[in-house]
Design a binder for this molecule. Sequence first.
Ligand code: AMP
Length: 508
Amino acid sequence: MKTFTELNLIEPLQRAIAGENYKIPTPIQSKTIPVALKRRDVLGCAQTGTGKTAAFALPILNRLGLQNRAAKAKRPFALILAPTRELAVQIGASVATYGKHLKLRHALVYGGVSQTSQVRSLQRGVHIVIATPGRLLDLMNQGFIQLDKLEVFVLDEADRMLDMGFMPDIKRIIRELPAKRQSLFFSATMAPAIVEITDKLLVDPVKVDVTPKTRSVKKIKQQVIFVSRKGKTELLEKILSSRDDLRAIVFTKTKRSANFVAERLNKAGLKAAAIHGNKSQNARQRALDAFRNQFVKILVATDVAARGIDIEGVTHVVNFDLPMEPEAYVHRIGRTGRAGAKGIAISFCSAGDQGDLKAIEKLIDHEIPVNQELSVTLPSPGPKPTRGRAGRKPSGGGRSRTSQAGRSRKGAGSRGSGDESVGSEKGKRTTKRRRRRVRTEKASAVKSARTGDGSQKKSGKKTGGGKGASGRSGSGAGGEATETSSKRRRPQRKGKNARNRDNASRSE
Ligand code: AMP
């Protein structure tokens, strides 16, 4: 497929695409659009940044544009499910852009904000709903949305849904779909739980796989810098102040370090905003807008908060902390080098992170080049404690690339020495403590994502509102009742931690 005109899309869509200056369909688009237009189910293996939004949005708009029907109250014709609000907002923006010459209405349905305007849109009638699972179920249970007229169902970023614990919700939603429908399914990876869902969802799907073998985007220049944990902030400031035209996303493991890093950068005169699960939806959107509009040049983010962010012109991705899940590395670096542009991905690696680095390199199937100039000598890693993750072996002592790289550069007295001795008992304890803290924060981010997303199971239980979503549906104003009861609980929490917990449950 050479050009968009060969895709046989209706004229208003061709015009919108031309307006976006898209000339050639990306591989996922040229493989998906023709079969989706023939109403076949699609199983797409593709990550963000490949152009997959248009791959599913254009066939939906084409179908609904041809039908030219009025929208029905509470009964959409197409449903797109996304794991996060940010991604839902982005998909909504793409649907608006591609469908700007069509008379089709869409609504966004996600948690963490009042449901009033969403309910109003649904009652007025929309052709397309773009939703996150928790709030969608909530509104379904309250009778504000029915899926019996649904013709097209899209499940986007299924692997992220799985990571965030949304699979039970997804299965519940799938049970409500009419048997006769078209389903389009996208995931960057195909874990067994994902395959199980595809078997339930898809009928004789066309398989489309555009995942590069190396699993990372070719245009992105990757490098690793060995640095002591204490030296990271100084190094970050140095890198980020090196270019005026720089626009960077810095990834940290925890919300706390996202705040800390953003604060340090601002103190150093580098304008940065933090985005993570403890921030309210509005604060997150403000930070994203500030970054998008270039009021701040640096966005410091955690993985959960950054999922699906699509901002053009990101020149650098810096992994201040390496991700614990190697897959997340590919997602992170894909934030730069969007739509074929060039990008730089820099990863900081401290002594305790070597195992994570090895896992990433195994996944992407090549060694990330070392920035010799900026790297320091790290203490040689001793035998590491066995890790709980499948397929990972404890790394052997002294033979790692870190120590080789270190030997070829600077002496033991450099910046890296002293503060991290992984082989020592103290080092092991510190590493274990840190991993435990990260796990706890990750779990709470996922929990808060589900809670804030409208899946208010916890509050339902605490307030005696019944068990799970079905319990809420008992009262016609389940959402309102839960909001009121969560307000009632709030004054009882006086401590700082309690306040943070409260914020978290209202945010992601
Ligand atoms: P996505 O993977 O859908 O998040 O898309 C990534 C980026 O690529 C978005 O900024 C799109 O606007 C852009 N894009 C999508 N399709 C094309 C295309 N055919 N040509 C140029 N840019 C595109």
